[in-house]
Design a protein around this ligand. Structure first.
Ligand code: ADP
Ligand code: TYD
Length: 209
């Protein structure tokens, strides 16, 4: 049984994922864990095409974007240099800022959820997270946070879209609750309270494995 965990953070844009990844990493490293943090879209060539679409440099259909994420995720897992599977084998606790639940929510908003789940099944078969941490937040609050810190917004960062994406997250979570381990934390609170909630849940999880 692998002792080092694979943890995926999920939530709509501006929900506080990067902030919580950082806080959890600091906590785990202080407790002596080797931690590898990573993110989707990745920094690979496929990830950079996706980022160019989000920053409006190139245009693509939603189905194309969904397909690019399928490829980006497989490379994220299988890459021989710094892929997730390699890092887990090396004993790192791997924390990813987004994984396939993001695809279910963001692309499920534009095409059948079943299609998106099926298209990502190779990744799910290769590695399911030991825990998906879903930071739930009201879209009005996340939009206000995003606007405060930015001069421009990306493709999916509109209030209308984030309302739909949040609903899709709930739909996917409900549908997959028998196969995925998902912890929902209230992201409308302070960073410290959310971080403490996550640490508490992880301590219960590791005690039970
Ligand atoms: P994400 O990675 O989900 O887009 P970030 O962690 O980058 O979210 O947070 C978005 C913005 O909100 C940042 O400016 C961050 O400093 C701020 N922020 C994060 N968590 C909280 C919180 N709990 N309360 C208030 N502001 C927060
Ligand atoms: P990210 O840079 O994590 O945005 P944020 O920090 O604001 O949450 O992600 C970029 C965008 O990628 C985000 O709008 C969600 C989208 N996305 C998808 O559409 N599908 C996916 O499978 C993933 C992983 C992300």
């Amino acid at each position: 049984m692998r002792k080092n965990l694979f943890i995926a953070f999920e939530g709509i844009d501006g929900s506080g994922k990067s902030t919580q990844v950082k806080l959890l990493t600091e906590h785990l490293e202080k407790s002596g864990h080797k931690v590898y943090c990573t993110v989707e879209p990745t920094n690979s060539h496929i990830g950079s095409i996706i980022r160019s679409i989000f920053s409006h440099k190139i245009e693509a259909d939603h189905r194309t974007i969904a397909g690019l994420f399928v490829a980006d995720r497989l490379d994220h897992l299988l890459n021989k240099t710094d892929g997730i599977l390699k890092k887990l084998d090396e004993g790192y606790t791997v924390i990813t800022d987004r994984y396939y639940l993001s695809s279910y929510a963001y692309h499920g908003a534009h095409m059948p959820l079943e299609w998106v789940i099926g298209a990502n099944s190779l990744s799910a078969d290769l590695m399911r997270p030991d825990i998906n941490i879903y930071i739930d937040i009201f879209p009005e609050i996340s939009m206000a946070r995003l606007k405060k810190g930015r001069t421009s917004l990306e493709l999916f960062e509109t209030m209308e879209n984030l309302i739909i994406v949040r609903e899709k997250y709930y739909e996917a979570i409900e549908k997959l609750k028998s196969v995925e381990k998902i912890f929902i934390t209230d992201g409308n609170r302070s960073q410290e309270l959310i971080a403490a909630d996550i640490r508490h849940h992880l301590s219960i999880l590791t005690l039970n494995t």
